[in-house]
Design a protein around this ligand. Structure first.
Ligand code: NAP
Length: 274
């Protein structure tokens, strides 16, 4: 039985993975902000007869203080973490700032994953074959907006969502570069188009929503290649789009940019009063 923590495990891809791992016999810790979704996850786990293997941890991961609270709790309560899976995301149509003064997508889709990766590293390393699985739009084109990392000057919904993935790609590269222990598999995974509640909500126009439904895969199909990744991937960094491995020589995985972002991120975290 593996112990797996899934952020955003109460809906969409994260929920699909949580239920599939529960069916496989694993112990699942789901982190999400809404207790309505969390309670629904626990009820579905009970229907599978997996109440004793399902945990819901409420946290608003867009806040640094909440990530720190979660890290402390998990490090205290879990003896070894086999996998840490990142699915938490929220798309805002307009510029939205957290109570800590950070742009929401930057804080939730990128910074939370950064904090949890390093904060739970020790507990992951207690497992035999630990994995961090960062589900994002890995390997896509697009530049990092170094002058406006949080899009405080100019905000465009689609661009900001894609930008979060550029940051996650670099975060994976930096994590593997900085990992002197060398035990963790850090996997960047791009599921391509999936019919999740979050993605469908991105398209208020019924025609575009219908097109996305035609184009996107159902969650049950989208999770199949993900389930096998932890066995397939090498120790260190790897990246995939659906079943296809992505070359780490591609521009999104630039090593200098990765270290630059790592340094900037530390400064941002230090500057936030929590
Ligand atoms: N779907 C696609 O086509 C697609 C394509 C490429 C990449 N991806 C990536 O796949 C991952 C999963 O996406 P999805 O489409 O499955 O998302 P989704 O359906 O929108 O689900 C998002 C999850 O994040 C949680 N969440 C939202 N705000 C939160 C907060 N402040 N704190 C903690 N949890 C929070 C939600 O639960 P609560 O509301 O209860 O908090 C929910 O469980 C994302 O990283 C996304 O970038 C998806």
């Amino acid at each position: 039985m593996k112990t797996i923590l899934i952020t955003g495990g109460s809906n969409g891809l994260g929920k699909g993975l949580a239920m599939a791992y529960l069916k496989r016999g694993d112990q699942i810790l789901v982190v999400a902000s809404s207790t309505t979704h969390g309670t629904a996850f626990l009820q579905e786990a009970a229907q599978l007869g997996a109440t004793d293997r399902a945990v819901y941890l409420q946290a608003d991961l867009s806040l640094i203080v909440e990530n720190r609270r979660l890290i402390e709790k998990v490090n205290k309560q879990v003896s070894a973490l086999d996998a840490l899976i990142f699915c938490a995301t929220k798309h805002s149509a307009v510029y939205t700032e957290t109570a800590e003064g950070l742009e929401l997508t930057f804080a939730l889709d990128y910074l939370s994953r950064f904090l949890l990766s390093y904060g739970l590293k020790g507990t992951l390393e207690k497992a035999a074959h630990p994995v961090i699985l960062n589900i994002c739009g890995s390997g896509m084109k697009g530049e990092v907006d170094w002058d406006d990392l949080q899009h405080k000057k100019q905000f465009a919904k689609q661009k900001v969502m894609m930008h979060g993935s550029r940051l996650n790609d670099l975060s994976g590269v930096a994590f593997a570069q900085n990992d002197s222990v060398g035990k963790i598999k850090y996997i960047l995974y791009n599921p391509w188009a999936v019919q999740t509640p979050g993605m469908l909500a991105m398209f208020p126009n019924p025609l575009l929503k219908g097109l996305y439904k035609l184009m996107g895969k159902p969650v049950k199909k989208a999770i199949l290649p993900i389930m096998h990744l932890p066995d397939r991937a090498p120790v260190g960094l790897s990246a995939y789009r659906e079943n296809k491995p992505l070359a780490l020589s591609l521009p999104p995985y630039n090593k200098e940019n990765a270290q630059k972002l790592y340094q900037i991120t530390h400064k941002i975290v230090e500057s936030v009063q929590v």
